[in-house]
Design a protein around this ligand. Structure first.
Ligand SMILES: [Zn+2]
Length: 381
């Protein structure tokens, strides 16, 4: 019989002062009727192992909140189909007015030879996972497209506030001083000026901003940012992270729910304190109204680097043990029983903050777990 690997680790951070994830929110939840969880992902490939465990954390935390508070829980998954297609069509470089300009196309606008868009193709696996979680927990994942998110009047109002108050928002949204990127595709070919090099403001007022961009094939095109405009706007991560929060707060307020965001641990710490909190505060919200946040532990390679979709898309993971770079491979290697083992394990993470507050788990940890060689957790402190 093979000996199992001892699995000893210490409590860190919040897990020293809590034994259930819901404990910090008990006062807030006393006046509310439920929890509305929001999470997001760029479906630019099948989920890799890190995305898989994050999605499992979302489902498991939803179940834990429902058990802890005895109140209903909803989940909204923000599908970021505005993310660029780096895999199939990639970037194209064109010389415009003597300058090399990079153009990208979104997952939504990248159409495969089968006629379906890349986002539809990649979301198939995500949706099969959502069905699995719903069967396990009874809580469905509602998918909200980025298109729907950016059309929300509160999202548009937030963008207008940011762009009309660059003095304060600039250092928050773009601390390195780069231009704030609000992109929109050419209406004919759907390609986008990646760096917004030839995107400019034509007219600017408190309630509307008119932009103009340039397509090397179809010339100038305009888009109007306003609450009553249907023009589509792509936003980069810091802008989106701030602009979507008023919608989450107001929707939750209307239904007497506590908004809660669940994302990977790399969005905690400096990001939260330098971008998210100051940005949302500047939009006029008090700290007590901010969404509660739970961060899922990061999955790292053997050297401690986070598994990354961009690296995966660039096929950097050929050296990685099979099953960790692509969910379909995972199912081929570990099957339904492997999925169930992993899910039951992540479910336990939601029952004690000691697991959830751990920064990371390595792929070695999961190989031991899935191979039945990981000893029972011995949590110190
Ligand atoms: Zn064009």
């Amino acid at each position: 019989m093979t000996q199992s690997q001892p699995n000893t680790f210490a409590r860190v951070g919040m897990s020293h002062v809590t034994r259930r994830l819901g404990q910090p929110y008990e006062t807030r939840m006393a006046k509310l009727d439920g929890v509305h969880i929001n999470t997001s992902s760029q479906p630019n490939a099948n989920p890799h192992f890190g995305t898989l465990t994050t999605l499992m954390c979302v489902a498991a935390v939803a179940e834990e909140m429902s058990d802890h508070f005895g109140k209903p829980v909803q989940i909204t998954f923000d599908q970021l189909e505005n993310a660029p297609d780096r895999k199939v069509q990639g970037l194209k470089t064109r010389i415009v007015k003597g300058q090399e300009i990079e153009y990208q196309i979104s997952l939504q606008d990248s159409i495969l030879s089968s006629g379906t868009s890349l986002v539809q193709e990649n979301m198939k696996t995500f949706k099969s996972l959502f069905d699995f979680f719903e069967q396990e927990t009874g809580v469905p994942f509602r998918v909200r497209s980025y298109h729907e998110c950016q059309a929300d009047p509160l999202f548009r109002t937030s963008l207008l506030k940011v762009l009309n108050d660059i003095e304060h928002f600039g250092p928050i949204v773009s601390p390195s001083g780069e231009a704030i990127r609000l992109r929109f595709p050419c209406p004919t070919c759907k390609w986008v000026d990646k760096g917004s090099v030839y995107t400019r403001v034509i007219e600017q007022a408190e309630d509307e901003i008119l932009f103009e961009a340039f397509c090397p094939d179809h010339g100038e095109h305009q888009a109007r940012l306003a609450v009553d405009s249907d023009d589509f706007f792509d936003t980069n991560t810091p802008l989106r992270d701030i602009a979507k929060v008023p919608g989450l707060i107001e929707a939750a307020r209307q239904d007497k729910l506590m908004p809660m965001m669940i994302d990977g641990r790399d969005w905690s710490g400096r990001w939260d304190r330098c971008v998210h909190v100051p940005g949302v505060s500047r939009l006029g919200y008090d700290a007590s109204e901010l969404p509660a946040r739970v961060y899922s532990p990061v999955v790292t390679d053997t050297l401690g680097a986070k598994l990354s979709k961009s690296l995966y898309v660039g096929s950097m993971y050929s050296e990685m043990p099979r099953g960790f770079a692509d969910f379909n491979d995972f199912m081929e290697v570990y099957g339904e029983s492997g999925l169930q083992t992993l899910w039951e394990h992540v479910r336990e993470w939601s029952r004690d903050p000691a697991y959830m507050d751990r920064d990371s788990y390595t792929i070695t940890y999961f190989m031991l777990l899935l191979g039945g060689k990981l000893g029972p957790a011995n949590i110190m402190g």
